[in-house]
Design a protein around this ligand. Sequence first.
Ligand code: GAR
Length: 240
Amino acid sequence: MLAVSSLATATSGTYSSRVEIRLTAPNRRLGVLISGRGSNLQAILKAIQVGDLDASVALVVSNREDAMGLVHARTAGVKGEYLNSRDYANRDDYDAAIASLLRARSVGLVCLAGFMRLVRRPLLEAFPNRILNIHPSLLPAFPGLDAQGQALEHGAKVSGATVHLVDAGLDAGPIVAQSAVPVFDTDTVDTLSARILVEEHRLYPQVIGRLLDGTCRLQGRRVICDPPASASARRLPADN
Ligand code: GAR
């Protein structure tokens, strides 16, 4: 029953507030999908390396052969695969191929890190509510390409980073966590992007950890996470 609800949620993008879904992964093996630079991938690898994130990266998949992230993966001793979408008849077949690569590496949680493609049903069905994305704006504002440029153009005074569950929409799934930064009158796309990127690199590994710990649940479109263990421990004396 739970599996059916999760599946409906992830693939259709309709969220019933009567259904509560515990967000978990069967293991701590990550699959990271990239298209380019791979700085968020590096932040995840670093967090694992220094012991801030209890996980491993089992596979990195890129839809671009020249993605720097593939170099970072291989340098870190992580398997990196390039999958050319032109080798597949359609988008569904391409995503089915990604899903089978991830499954073959026993991936438990999928993290999009600058993966510039919409995720299709075969991948959503293979990992229902177990695909995360990071986006450089405070969603639902400014989805899609050039989020930082959109924020500047719109005259936003605050922007930031969002980590959300992935569904079939464009940067559209339930928000797990956000971090805000100011937008200054003097900002360019580059300066704003750099300020947001610092938050991305801090936020993404943290959120991945929370998901893997099974401390979050989905109620309708709302993701509700238990406070970190250290926070509840800190509150105890005041409660007594
Ligand atoms: C990041 O800013 C990420 O938030 C964005 O692409 C960049 C990838 O950088 N993702 C999106 O815009 C998704 N819609 P990276 O390759 O250095 O991690």
